[in-house]
Design a protein around this ligand. Structure first.
Ligand code: TRP
Length: 328
């Protein structure tokens, strides 16, 4: 049985990019439970590289957890936990740190970009990909559903796995592979760039109707008038609508773009209504779950217990190969 594993950082409410690119495909895979076992977690330790307000991180963790559950993650079939509850991962990250060349880590794009922009960088941010490799290798996960921006990180995990195995002379780690949802590879944000929390161009389906509407009304377009013909292949509203609406509706909108006499405002309203309708159940679930923090805590703790049981055993095997004593 292959292991699927993925995490989302607790840097805010999951946006449409996270949902279409990672959550829905991971839930679909984990529901095929005869073939896969799955590990899904909230990466709160990773968010500590960016956020220093601990209440915010804790709150974001609930948001991410509620979103997974709202989309129907089955916690009987998958191990669902908070990363920081399974501290074994940080121990493994240390060992992995000692097997990865410094120079190579300076090429990781998360770090390189920030350095080029002369942003303040903490050591945690620099070694972020190593902690991610530990998340994966601790459970010997093989299939890693991620967005395109995380491909390099999974590559790093593969590299460390091989290097470590070679050094030890045994196959302790299996090589993980990314699982990418083709059509969701780059989801366009409201400014026409890739949707990303740091760019503040997200569509947050779990925000209030009012905010969601505002975000959609903010989508950048060219300044063609209502009457003019429009290009459906070069437009952000259309590119989002294509991902969400039924195919006949998409065709209808395409036609209206090409014919003219259909304004961007009309298209935005159609997109808003489509989102509200498509995610009505999930939004309702989310708004109810987010009020039940103790329930979320209970679910995450019970997942952490299961994860910890496996993690401890794996870590002791790794310790043994490093000629370290087992931990109790
Ligand atoms: N880095 C991922 C993100 O930013 C989150 C993450 C942490 C992750 N550890 C992981 C994803 C392990 C997949 C596997 O979204």
């Amino acid at each position: 049985m292959k292991r699927i594993l993925t995490g989302i950082q607790s840097t805010g409410t999951p946006h449409l990019g996270n949902i279409l690119g990672v959550m829905i495909p991971s839930i679909d895979l984990s529901n095929q439970n005869s073939k896969f076992s799955s590990f899904i977690f909230v990466a709160d330790l990773h968010s500590l590289t960016k956020i220093k307000d601990f209440d915010v991180i804790r709150n974001n963790t609930y948001q991410i957890a509620a979103a997974w559950l709202a989309f129907g993650l089955n916690t009987e079939k998958s191990i669902f936990y908070r990363q920081s509850d399974v501290s074994e991962v940080t121990e493994l990250a240390w060992y992995l740190n000692c097997f990865f060349p410094f120079q190579r880590l300076t090429l990781a794009h998360s770090f390189k970009k920030k350095r080029e922009n002369h942003e303040k960088i903490n050591v945690g941010l620099f070694t972020y990909p190593i902690l991610m490799a530990a998340d994966i290798l601790l459970y010997n996960a093989e299939i890693i559903p991620v967005g395109k921006d995380q491909l390099q990180h999974v590559e790093i995990a593969r590299y460390i796995a091989n290097r470590f195995n070679q050094r030890i002379g045994k196959k302790i780690f299996v090589s993980p592979e990314s699982f990418i949802q083709q059509e969701a590879m780059s989801i366009i944000g409201t400014d026409g760039e890739k949707m990303s929390k740091s760019k503040k161009n997200c569509i947050d389906i779990f925000s209030s109707d009012e905010i969601l509407r505002k975000q959609i009304m903010n989508i950048h377009t060219d300044n063609k008038s209502l009457k003019e013909k429009k290009n459906p292949d070069k437009d952000s509203i259309m590119s989002l609508y294509k991902l969400l609406a039924p195919i006949d509706r998409v065709e209808e909108m395409r036609k209206k773009y090409i014919e003219g006499g259909y304004g961007y405002l009309d298209a935005k309203i159609a997109l808003y209504e489509c989102i509200i309708k498509k995610f009505s159940v999930e939004r309702k679930n989310f708004f109810s779950l987010i009020k039940k923090k103790s329930l979320l805590d209970r679910i995450l703790s019970s997942g952490a217990q299961k994860a910890k049981y496996i993690a401890k055993d794996r870590l002791n095997k790794i310790r043994k190969n490093l000629k370290l004593n087992p931990s109790s």
